[in-house]
Design a protein around this ligand. Structure first.
Ligand code: ADP
Ligand code: MG
Length: 577
């Protein structure tokens, strides 16, 4: 065959094969057009899995009668003028391919009235023929696609059964409804309403509709922001993720948007999953609807005809920002959960068993002090916890060596964590923060315990009685060198009291120790010893707590918490002879 330029209708049909893979991708294109046209309400109908009928109606700007024919030409768009504008797109469409592609593989009809026009227009395009007539219509656009892929039998063959195609359509609508909570969406499939969002502007409302109300109730809000700086772009991440007790066998409910565009990106999906490290049941995945917002010129959306794949100027930055935001949200919610657990002490979960033993904020609704019948005393929070600068990478626990060091893997290699130094840091941080914010949690002993001390210890104990009381101890002189203890800081509950006191006093030297010194001594007295075997869950919780410390690299007494071997160092070591 001699070389020839392909005829327009052949080109259009080839292009359609890329942009419109299945009925759901047609729906996606039509919804994007409605959103680009400023619609506040979008109604979607499908019949026969979308093969027989697709109809998308919107109340957007409408198309001017003199432009309607052009809209169906290939590469005809009102959204892009120059190649430079590609760098900073504000619309979802820009390729000018959807309407022409759809018309090439179906019987397409449009009824539209531009909001500045008195009269609407109907345009029909089928099998290369087209016609146009004036018609009365509400402002907005209705696009009807019938017999999709009727002239591309190969494509038709690859479509799945109706139920599958319907499910795909459903999720396209649900995704866009989440990305645009201020737009009201309805979906009717084979005459039955399948989805409706209110257009309230609240993402939570739509997530509850898309994932189900009971799922939504177990979801956690994510709200992360990283400001721009030293070559890095500002990135914000918001939305909802499931709490670690809620998961699915498939990862397809991790839904990500970048600048209002639903995207598929296995690396970013992985970032979300990794942030749950160790918290999810094995081989299960979380649910998520997360909006990633970056400056427009930080992403290249012109990678794939379906526009579902994009490229970032710095994909590592987005990966880490996403992972951090999700991780933070999980850790914060663990805090809240523990507060609830403390409220009903029977409700401790294994997962957070370690949190239970640490002082936690508690916020009664009315701001008053509360004492429940178990003797737990809740001190109202007076200050919001401060934002924590992060200086520790996200670590994944691998194991324990010598019952003293936690082996962990992080983005930059291998980490060895001294469990005793790490726990000291964590306890010190939590005590000093709780103390500074006046929200220490003290717990009454079921039975008053007594401690017998040496005269020297007893004297020292008396000299720090006031500090100990401020930290949640209730002590009383009980005879020569004997003390009764009625209450303890919640973090010290369950530890043998005489051992705790001896250790605490052992750390202190001099006559009048400062609060700071007492805090350090208390942290050292409570911290897990080296030589103590820790369960994987305990190690994970410790690492998660350490991640939250503003100064995680040193213990309060200046001991090293962490040794890092970078991947390069490891490679170096192994390549040496
Ligand atoms: P693109 O969206 O990439 O511009 P399309 O083929 O999807 O390409 O649409 C072509 C043009 O038709 C759009 O640029 C827009 O001007 C117009 N258009 C399509 N759908 C609508 C709609 N629902 N409301 C208003 N204008 C529309
Ligand atoms: Mg479009």
């Amino acid at each position: 065959m001699p070389i020839q330029i392909l005829a327009d209708d052949v080109v259009a049909r080839i292009a359609a094969g890329e942009a419109v893979e299945r009925p759901a991708s047609a729906v996606k294109e039509l919804i994007e057009n409605a959103i680009d046209a400023g619609a506040t309400s979008v109604h979607i109908e499908s019949g026969g899995g979308g093969r027989r009928l697709l109809r998308v109606s919107d109340n957007g700007s409408g198309i001017r009668p003199e432009e309607i024919e052009l809209a169906f030409k290939r590469h005809a768009t009102s959204k892009l003028r120059s190649a430079e504008e590609l760098e900073a797109l504000k619309t979802l469409g820009f390729r000018g391919e959807a309407l022409s592609s759809l018309a090439a593989v179906s019987k397409a009809a449009v009824v539209t009235r531009h909001r500045d026009e008195a009269m609407g227009v109907r345009f029909i395009s089928s099998a290369g023929m087209s016609g146009c007539e004036p018609i009365g219509a509400p402002a907005g656009t209705v696009v009807t696609i019938e017999n999709l892929f009727y002239n591309t039998p190969a494509r038709l063959k690859f479509l799945k059964n109706d139920a599958t195609e319907k499910r795909h359509i459903h999720w396209v609508v649900a995704r866009y409804a989440m990305a645009y909570p201020e737009v009201a969406f309805t979906l009717v499939q084979d005459g039955r309403e399948r989805f409706r969002s209110s257009g309230s502007g609240e993402l939570g409302d739509v997530v509850a509709k898309a994932f189900g109300l009971s799922e939504y109730k177990r979801m956690i809000a994510v709200d992360g922001y990283e400001p721009a700086g030293s070559g890095r772009a500002a990135i914000s991440i918001s939305g909802f993720i499931s709490d670690p007790t809620l998961s699915r066998a498939r990862r397809d409910r991790i839904i990500l948007f970048v600048n209002g565009r639903a995207i598929q990106d296995s690396s970013l999906t992985h970032a979300v999953i990794q942030a749950y490290d160790g918290l999810l049941k094995e081989r299960t995945f979380p649910l998520a609807a997360l909006m990633i917002t970056t400056p427009p010129d930080f992403v290249d959306v012109n990678v794939h005809p379906t526009k579902a794949e994009i490229r970032f100027r710095d994909s590592q930055q987005v990966f880490l920002a996403l992972q951090r935001a999700v991780r933070e949200a999980i850790l914060d919610s663990a805090d809240d959960e523990t507060a609830e657990d403390l409220w009903s002490p029977s409700g401790f979960t294994d997962q957070y068993i370690h949190y239970q033993s640490l002082p936690r904020p508690w916020r009664p609704d009315d701001g008053s002090d509360l004492v429940d019948e178990q003797g737990l005393r809740y001190v109202p929070v007076t200050a919001e916890p401060s934002a924590r600068p992060r200086t520790l990478p996200i670590l994944r626990v691998v194991g324990q060596v010598g019952a003293a060091y936690i082996v962990a893997e992080g983005p930059a290699g291998l980490y060895l964590v001294d469990q005793n130094a790490a726990h000291e840091r964590v306890i010190y941080q939590q005590f000093s923060q709780a103390y500074a914010e006046n929200r220490l949690c003290s717990q009454a002993q079921a039975e008053t315990q007594t401690v017998l001390l040496s005269p020297k210890e007893a004297q020292l104990l008396e000299s720090i009685a006031e500090q100990l009381e401020a930290l949640g101890f209730e002590l009383e002189l009980f005879g020569p060198n004997a003390f009764a203890c009625r209450a303890l800081p919640a973090a010290a509950m369950g530890l043998p009291l005489d051992e705790l006191m001896t250790r605490l006093l052992d750390q202190l030297h001099g006559d009048a120790p400062s609060m700071e010194e007492v805090l350090k001594a208390l942290a050292a007295a409570i911290a897990v010893r080296s030589g103590q075997v820790m369960s994987t869950d305990e190690m994970r919780t410790l690492i998660a707590e350490l991640e939250r410390c503003p100064d995680p690299l040193l213990s309060p007494t200046g001991r090293k918490v962490l040794l890092h071997l970078s991947s390069e160092q490891l490679a170096d070591q192994f390549s040496q002879r």
